[in-house]
Design a binder for this molecule. Sequence first.
Ligand code: KG4
Ligand code: ZN
Length: 341
Amino acid sequence: MIVLGIETSCDETGVALYDTARGLLAHAIHSQVAMHEEYGGVVPELASRDHIKRLAPLLGHVLAEAGVAKEAIGAVAYTAGPGLAGALLTGASFAEGLALSLGVPALPVHHLEGHLLSPLLADDPAQFPFIALLVSGGHTQIMCVTQVGAYELMGESLDDAAGEAFDKSAQLLGLGYPGGPALAKLAEAGVAGRFKLPRPMLASGDFNFSFSGLKTAVLTAARDRPLEDLDRADLAAEFQEAATEVLATKALAACRQRRLSTLVVAGGVGANRRLRQRLDEAGKRQGVRVCYPETALCTDNGAMIAFAAALRLLAGGYDVAREQQRAGGFAVRPRWPLQEI
Ligand code: KG4
Ligand code: ZN
């Protein structure tokens, strides 16, 4: 069956076609970064309006790339939450309307489940059970995953998400929005250790995180004296060391505690090269295989939504007849704990 995936939870419009027999057929993303840049962050109303404009052209694009007619679509999956309410509603309305017109089920998907399962799209995918480190702009969680739909939360951030800390620290360093990738790039030119930043909750003995103090420490260091370019690079490097050390240490500790030898990393911060390097090195020492999504699928995309829906369908996680009957009635959940799916 061909599943169309639609992602509009924040500032990326993602559309993809996944075939349960042949794999990913096509995917396309439109990023709104340039549009939000001048405001220093995502403007929800602008995000919603832009999603509406992009969805139909992106759908046309992936259908053409995959060489299939829209009548070949067997189900339409869409992100139903968590995310920005208006942005979610654009994708949900588009997906539900399209599904109705095609006479196929519309399948709501939890955004984090999409991220979480996206590394399984790889050629040599991870096998259940595994520990998942989910590090995005809105979430930082360690989960124990035994099968599709069984996600035990072991720990999470008590305040800022890892990506949020990257973004806010980048802003303090004058790097604009979204700061994560820019900070990572600047860090490559810097030397960690000259500035001393804390490793919050590294020794807390649990799997929770706290990143807001780290961001404040960057603020304090940046305020102490006027920063030259090299200082900014060194501060970026130290921030990246601090954040990735805590993330990698706790993720691997979770593997040890559950005696699991597979770690799956998902979410935008999973694209961070230093984080990957740390996880690979420590994972090797500990006999843990670390699996990542393809870099292009680390940040928000439609492929992970189509894929998560396909896996759920195959696992019997949807009441397809009911999904098809409820035509027209749907809701999005801007706040939606993954454990409530
Ligand atoms: O998963 P994602 O695309 O969106 C959410 O669902 O939040 O993650 C976006 C987050 C942003 O905070 C962005 O700055 C961060 O991922 N990010 C990175 C890198 N690439 C993206 N953070 C650090 N290093 C990167 N290379
Ligand atoms: Zn995301």
